[in-house]
Design a protein around this ligand. Sequence first.
Ligand SMILES: Nc1ncnc2c1ncn2[C@@H]1O[C@H](COP(=O)(O)OP(=O)(O)O)[C@@H](O)[C@H]1O
Ligand SMILES: [Mg+2]
Length: 973
Amino acid sequence: MRLAPDSTQLLAGRERELAVLDDALARLADRGAAVVRLDGEPGIGKTTLLAQLARSAEDRGALVLAGSASEFERELPFAPIADALDGHLRALDPARLARMERAELAELAAALPSLRPYADRDGAGTRHGLHRALRALLERLAAPGGLVLVLDDLQWADPATAELVAALVRRPPQAPVLIALAHRSNQLDPRLAAELGQAVARGEAAAVALAPLSRTAAERLLPGGSSAALRRELYEESGGNPFYLQQLARVRLSAAASARPAGAAGGPAAEVPAAVAASLAAEIAPLPPDARTLLRGAAIAGDPTEAGFAADVAGLPAERLPAAVDALLAADLLRAADAPGWLRFRHPLVRRTVHATTSAGWRAAAHARAAVLLRDWGAGAPARAHHVEQSARRGDDDAVALLGEAAAEVAPRAPATAARWLEAAVRLVPDSGPGSAGRATLLPRLAGALTAAGRFSEAHAVLLGLLAELPAGDPARVETTAACALVERLLGRHDAASARLQTALAGLRPGAPAAAAEALALRLELMAHASLEADFALMRDCAAQARDDARALGDDGADAAATAALAFAVYSLGEMEAAAGLSAEAVVLVGALADERLAARLETLLYVGWAEWFMGRFSSSADRFGRGVAIARASGRTALSTELMVGQAVALGSGGRLAEAVDLADAAVEEARGTGNPQTLMWALYALCTALEPRGELSAALRAGEEAVALARQLGPSTIAAGCGWAFAAVLIEAGSGARAAEVLLERAGGERLPRCYPGHQAACFELLARAALSCGDAAAARGWGERARNAADGCGLPYADALARRAGAAVALAAGDADHAAAEARRAADALAALEAPVEAARSRLLAGRALAAAGDRDGAAAELRAAESALLSCGAERLRTEARRELRRIGRRVNRRGRGGRADSAGAEALSAREREVAGLAAGGATNRAIAAELFLSEKTVESHLASAFVKLGVDARAALAPALAAPAAG
Ligand SMILES: Nc1ncnc2c1ncn2[C@@H]1O[C@H](COP(=O)(O)OP(=O)(O)O)[C@@H](O)[C@H]1O
Ligand SMILES: [Mg+2]
């Protein structure tokens, strides 16, 4: 933390900027989160303003946590975040922390050394898992007085921090949290800069660009008594930059002016005016030798740094440290930091100047000393890697091992840093000789880290280089070829990828001992590739062959993968009976495999999950995907975790677990944006769109659908791109844009016969088209779509398709005045969908049945359907559809339950409360406010609200005053 540079000094000028900050603080009181961004050149006053903000926030009772990135430690993952949070968390009562979920604490432990004790020994976690856990932590820390998170000098943030901050900006904590960010102009991670720019454009973040001080404000910074001429000269030379001004004045007004050294070059030259650089150098030159040595040690050790560590790094004997410290404090080059014995530079520009006075050889030796000290103190690999990277020599095996270890540790959450350390390790490996073997293991890891960081072209280059090095027949060639094909796919070079795999297959020597296993590995890869390319005939051929090979080799893992892929391929080709048998077989094979085996081929769970979903086995599908997500997290093989999350979100949504579906889809979108793979992002947006629609979050659903379809257009036609059209169309219909819905769906699906939809899924699409036509009053068109739905359902024989075709027929019949037929068909659809455990679609059908029955004059029957629909929709959290059911009930003159308690909630009582709900309700019954409860239980206010709302429903009360008696009452029969 490096705040409050001159906490006693009065601010000159900056009234407007302070008003913006004050405004953001005031917004905290209305619970909202806010983001403020400060930018400007070095020395212009960013840190000073942040310190002022921190003071005002503390005066208002908010908690302020401040951290900063530093220039020479740019690669240390999450350093600014740890800087901001660790001190506070260390001081926090562990009993409070223990109230967070174990998994969240484990995620946070990866970034925050203070939480190391909570780290999962073998759980690797994911980037988005950390983002979410941090958000949850900030929400909790915000009670009771609000939280201000200050992150300074973000131009030096490591890529993982930049990504984390971008995630916070995109989706700020839902609690009174002000996030204040400062960075030098035009020197920010481009993705974070884009995210901030968008937030500012949307009005969700305030931006303060710091301009030079006015002449009047600047004059206030100069000591009284200096001549007007000098003041004018200093102002002009400094350009109104307060740091430059003070720096120039410092030297110009002191005796040191005469000591301007000749060798002032090499300072922060490019960044600051020459006169300022010279004056910085002039300040350092006349110091006693020990002080200069310590100052150099501090520049290497870190900012802030512990004085003793800086001395050791510099090689300064301990007994000479105190005098050196005193000299530096007296010269105001270093200042006391927050913790006793810690020092920080007056300004990063001072550190940079000092750093530039050191020679490369001296720096390497100092870093080497730092690395040894940290090793002796038991510091983690990443902390040591920073120094090893700067000091190790070629051929140093220990250094290579350490860098590899550090990379492994940070890879799941900070792949860019992992790549940097692996690159450093590769540089240390000799080209030939005994130590050179390390390259072969480092390069694939480097490619993996670069891929995970979204740097596909670089990963590709590394793999191509490796392929060129590997001799023919080397067993590593197959894996490298597969990895190369994967990166080519990510680069959109599909042809290159399949050609590479086919060539490798053709090149295998049939008789060779490993050839069969290698062919299998290549064919599985080709099969995966065909699936992504939606070339299902190729997929089927590869899968069938791979299945035979796997069985011949007795490889049950490959067998499961091939069988699952085969099931999906034949479903896609419309061979429903075969698909049903194969997917049942795949479920069994997958069930028999241990997690570790599946971890190596997670796509197996994607194939079987989707096959199950498309065939209407939603809960089984959700289980498959869920297992995949869990394995991906635990094993750190996160390459497919986003895709698996998308599947799980879609399957949970079909099963009516909408809140979870939205959560997961949201997380998948965030993760996909992070990795920058447009195809994955498209899928994730598709999942989000389908989950938001029944919940009634139509504008968010429309946004997601619109973006998904735009990506689908970019990526070209495919079955998945058709799915996006289908999802977007469903929302458009609900939003009252039936005509546009039909247009989008037909465009994406490739025309009236829906050639780009899976045959098994066409009935569902035709049903949508029928609904779209009816919403535009075009009954004739609707009838046509209804007939097509029927044909498609008959053609595939899936119960889900049949149910939707019936619903289409029912809607058409109702519009044509045949209410009896409509009611009967809609009811049958509803029953079939309920049996498939698709409660939302079942309820949608019951709504239609209710309308039809009402039209047929059967009010009791209608009320029964509508009530059943309402209760099911309530438990799914499908708010908008539920409102529709209630409206229909009122229309037929039926009373609607005010709280809308239906189903499970009706029979509830104090017994039904979860432990958390009871705890929250108990405190509320005792008169505590939500905020106080949040602070007491270390929860976010939002969580308190939702526990309380749920307790109200279960207890059947609607006021806090009624809580105490309800909690005391014996359970209702
Ligand atoms: N508005 C101001 N009034 C008085 N002093 C200021 C003002 N802005 C900056 N300073 C001084 O200028 C120096 C550099 O400011 P700082 O906030 O560290 O800049 P930055 O963070 O933008 O590099 C500090 O010594 C600070 O005290
Ligand atoms: Mg600063």
